[in-house]
Design a protein around this ligand. Structure first.
Ligand code: ATP
Ligand code: MN
Length: 528
């Protein structure tokens, strides 16, 4: 080939290559998410940039696109994108273009009436009623009026007792607060409005928390907002590295109440002025961590073992910050607590699995150990598994009980900051206690059946309950709808248990004392 021809061929080849590159670029551009609902902003503090879970392979293209949005302008707080608006902190919570909660997964059990569950429930309740009466008479002491902390300690409830004393001394061996809710409702509004007079960072734990002292002597556990509501758990984050969400703490309290458990402490949302309500009261260690971000927002990071540094700061808008406030349990001097290792604890290691994940017969081991051998505790763990599955909480490593009430009392439902992280993912392994033991209280099953087949679905009941919170909306629609879908999934698990069981009464218990493994349980130091 002559030199001239060679040059022409080379030029032609180069043009073809150019055309090909352009075609690929255009194709890639078309793959960019145009639906704002599936567009994911970068990780809140810019450490890890993520794409929508479904579009992981498109990550570099999405990032390039997202870098041009206002969310990427170097703000320390992604949430502070509408400072000019007087309702900024509210409007930024609405699902907008920055929302990362994608469209909702359909409910596969929407048309299933679960009439078999209804029949099984009716049979059990009818058949077990006489037993229930006999047991009640036999164990009269246990079934009389619940025993409260006031009954057990030397602290008396008086007509002039404060609201906090009424709440704390009114905690019983059956529930944290009574059904009528008068004290709890007052407590919620008090925590939202009372002046905070001092604060300190809570020692221990992985993430930043404050203990607040109110002017009336009450105390609350403060967890700050870290995300806008639409921000989901990062796909590459484990349950143990996930940030905590203040709205999950609020939502969990209401969910526990709607399930009829009343084992969670009252939690309410509140908007704080960081400058006048936190900075002004901060002691030296905390004070040192305050700064103004490049966007002009007031930030701080405190000290803790995860995410307490400048790049993971908690920032205001410009100094307004949302937080969840949990009413304090009685001081340990009055009501010491016992910490239990959860038998279905996860491994908290990125490669290791827990025993229950590889052993389908794991429940048999648990049943041999006190206090899971008989009575309420194993049934309580079934309730907890239902509760955690509904909100997607995988972070149940330990639980606590109030020592005054002995070992045959309920586990407190504490620490739900890692719930409500993924609206369209149902983490069925959270139901392992339920599908491995195949037992559930009739009262819990009745609630679930009512949520599914009654006139008002759980999503609606939750929405109404959460509308009472000053930081509403607490949960976005996909998280509410996920509750209905998950209720159906739990009912399906119970159905499978019933199909595999000899007797309905091996699965559904109308009375805690009807459960006994048949063995005298052994003490196991590992689990207590
Ligand atoms: N309402 C409360 N009143 C008193 N103490 C509480 C309350 N809620 C939680 N605590 C105590 O504070 C500890 C830490 O709280 P929590 O578990 O919510 O925070 P955390 O940062 O998630 O901790 P961890 O990382 O250890 O799980 C709990 O183990 C509990 O003993
Ligand atoms: Mn925790």
């Amino acid at each position: 080939m002559k030199l001239k021809e060679r040059i022409i061929m080379a030029a032609l080849g180069f043009s073809v290559a150019l055309v090909l590159i352009s075609v690929v670029e255009v194709a890639n551009l078309q793959r960019l998410p145009i639906d704002p609902q599936v567009t994911k902003p970068s990780q809140i503090h810019g450490v890890i940039k993520t794409s929508s879970q479904n579009d992981a392979k498109d990550a570099p293209f999405q990032q390039r696109n997202l870098q041009k949005t206002s969310m990427q302008s170097g703000d320390a707080s992604v949430a502070n994108d509408d400072k000019s608006s007087p309702t900024g902190s509210l409007s930024r919570l609405k699902p907008g273009p920055s929302s990362v909660v994608p469209s909702t997964k359909p409910n596969p059990y929407a048309d299933d009436g679960f009439s078999d569950i209804f029949e099984a429930l009716s049979k059990v309740i009818t058949a077990q009623a006489p037993w229930k009466n006999i047991l009640n008479n036999f164990k009269r002491d246990q079934h009389k009026k619940p025993t409260s902390i006031a009954d057990m300690s030397f602290s008396q409830l008086l007509p002039n007792s404060t609201l906090w004393e009424q709440f704390q001394l009114g905690i019983t061996n059956k529930y944290v607060y009574p059904e009528d809710g008068a004290v709890v409702n007052k407590l919620l509004s008090t925590m939202n409005t009372l002046k905070v007079i001092s604060l300190e960072q809570k020692e221990g734990g992985t993430q930043f928390k404050l203990i607040l002292d109110f002017e009336d002597g009450g105390q609350a556990l403060f967890k700050p907002m870290r995300f806008p509501r639409g921000q989901e758990t990062l796909p590459n984050h484990f349950y143990f590295t996930d940030f905590e969400r203040h709205n999950a703490e609020i939502a969990a309290f209401h969910l526990d109440r709607l399930l009829g458990f009343r084992r969670a402490v009252p939690v309410v949302g509140r908007r704080f002025n960081i400058t006048s309500e936190i900075y002004e009261l901060a002691e030296q260690d905390l004070l040192k961590t305050f700064f103004i971000s490049p966007a002009g927002n007031v930030c701080f990071h405190g000290k803790c073992s995860y995410y307490c540094d400048t790049s993971h700061a908690i920032c205001g808008n410009p100094d307004m910050l949302e937080a969840s406030l949990a009413a304090f349990l009685p001081p340990k001097a009055i009501a010491p607590r016992k910490t239990w290792r959860h038998p279905w604890r996860r491994s908290y290691h990125k490669r290791r699995k827990a025993n229950w994940e590889t052993d389908d017969e794991y429940c048999d081991i648990v049943r041999e150990v006190k206090p899971y051998d008989k009575g309420r505790r194993l049934l309580d763990l079934m309730d907890m598994s239902v509760f955690d599955f509904l909100m997607g909480n995988m972070d149940r490593h330990h639980y606590e009980t109030i020592k005054l009430f002995g070992n045959r009392t309920y586990p407190l439902h504490l620490d739900h900051g890692r719930g409500f992280g993924k609206a369209n993912h149902d983490e069925t392994s959270i139901l392992a206690p339920l599908y491995q033991c195949c037992m559930i209280r009739s009262s819990t099953l009745s609630s679930l059946y009512r949520f599914h087949s009654g006139s008002v679905p759980l999503s609606k009941l939750m929405e109404e309950a959460l509308d009472q919170d000053p930081l509403k909306p607490i949960l976005l629609k996909p998280h509410l709808l996920a509750l209905d879908r998950r209720v159906g999934m739990i009912l399906q698990v119970v159905r499978s248990c019933l199909e595999g069981a000899e007797k309905i009464s091996d699965v559904i218990f109308s009375h805690d004392d009807l459960y006994s493994s048949g063995n005298e349980g052994i003490e196991d130091k590992m689990w207590s």
